[in-house]
Design a protein around this ligand. Structure first.
Ligand code: SF4
Length: 337
């Protein structure tokens, strides 16, 4: 077994990854592979609380797997798998229900936001953080790369681990966050978090024309009405994106020309679109190769699930025993019932 710190992180299968997924998570995951024992999971069971379309889910899982592999997640170094291939996730979630107060679940900000928009609230929406805790604790992960919006759920996972350990004995480490450090990635609307459902992002595998057609719609500094109006790069989301994708040597000039009003926003966005295009060109090429070999992608996910199941079985053996779910052992100790 590896001595490296184990980390777990998951992503919902909303299909091919987009810039927000890449900047906020995938790029860091690739780097974590150098010095951690990584479990990266496509959490398809988490997608079920959002009114998913069953006929679309398998394709979305596949497309996200291609994105994982194309950006550089490496099945030789990381365990890459699909949540529903390891049944212990849902079993452990049920067992963790035993130590999770309903009040803690009702306090979750995401639950309050989402449930306030629904007439009928599925129980899964409330219990979602327990499944998240199970995802992490099943592999006894010590660190979890998360965005700031997931910190509250991770704190709950720590609390659940603490309560369970207190009641049944030390099994689970209390997982600590690894923050991406990139902050909130705003969408092209310059207002909400970048997300596919808000249609304010760019697919990481988009071609040059699509990248430009998306980037040209990006909201800029509202003070720039005419082309030569002085602008404020520090309030402009296009400028924030430049910092992720454009050659750092060009950034001071872009800022100066914006402030002086000597470069128009259309030109500025064109540079950004070209930088994004260039950045993702090799990733697109790798994705094309994986898409042409779906059997290879399936093999990678199956091998990952096999490794994950071995680890999950080890944890669950101990969990079941400590929770008194090993009645056969009791029968042997007392003789035939
Ligand atoms: Fe934003 Fe660039 Fe326009 Fe300045 S020139 S407001 S940084 S898009």
């Amino acid at each position: 077994m590896s001595n490296r710190t184990r980390i777990f992180s998951g992503m919902q299968p909303s299909g091919e990854a987009h810039l927000g997924n890449y900047l906020g998570a995938l790029r860091q995951w690739v780097d974590h592979q150098d010095d951690h024992d990584c479990y990266f999971c496509i959490v398809d069971q988490h997608a079920l609380t959002g009114g998913h379309e069953p006929s679309e889910l398998p394709r979305r899982v596949f497309d996200l797997a291609v994105s994982f592999l194309a950006v550089g997640l490496d099945p030789e170094r990381s365990t890459i798998f699909v949540q529903s291939d390891v049944q212990e996730h849902t079993e452990l979630a049920w067992l963790l229900n035993a130590v999770t107060p309903v009040g803690d679940l009702e306090r979750m900000t995401q639950y309050k936001d989402k449930s306030s928009r629904l007439e009928s609230i599925p129980a899964g929406l409330l219990n979602y953080p327990i499944l998240q805790a199970a995802d992490i604790l099943l592999y006894r992960a010590e660190r979890v790369p998360v965005g700031e919006d997931q910190l509250q759920h991770l704190e709950l996972a720590r609390e659940i681990a603490r309560k369970w350990n207190h009641r049944f004995g030390e099994v689970f480490p209390e997982p600590r966050p690894i923050l991406s450090g990139v902050g909130r990635i705003l969408g092209l609307d310059g207002d909400a978090k970048m997300s596919k459902s808000l249609d304010n992002t760019v697919r990481i595998l988009a071609d040059s024309d699509e990248i430009w057609s998306r980037v040209r719609t990006a909201v800029t500094d509202p003070q720039r009405v005419r082309r030569d109006d002085p602008g404020r790069p520090e309030v402009c989301n296009v400028f924030s994106l430049h910092k992720h994708f454009t050659d750092p040597a060009r950034i001071p000039d872009i800022a100066d020309q914006c402030r002086a009003g000597t470069r128009g926003c259309v030109d500025c966005k064109r540079i950004l679109a070209d930088s994004i295009d260039e950045h993702f060109a090799p990733i697109r090429e790798r994705a094309r190769k994986f898409t042409e070999r779906p059997g290879r992608v399936r093999e990678i996910l199956e091998a990952g699930a096999e490794r994950a199941r071995t680890e999950a079985a080890r944890t669950m053996h101990e969990v079941r025993e400590r929770m008194g779910l090993d009645w056969r052992r009791a029968a042997i100790a007392t003789g035939p019932l």
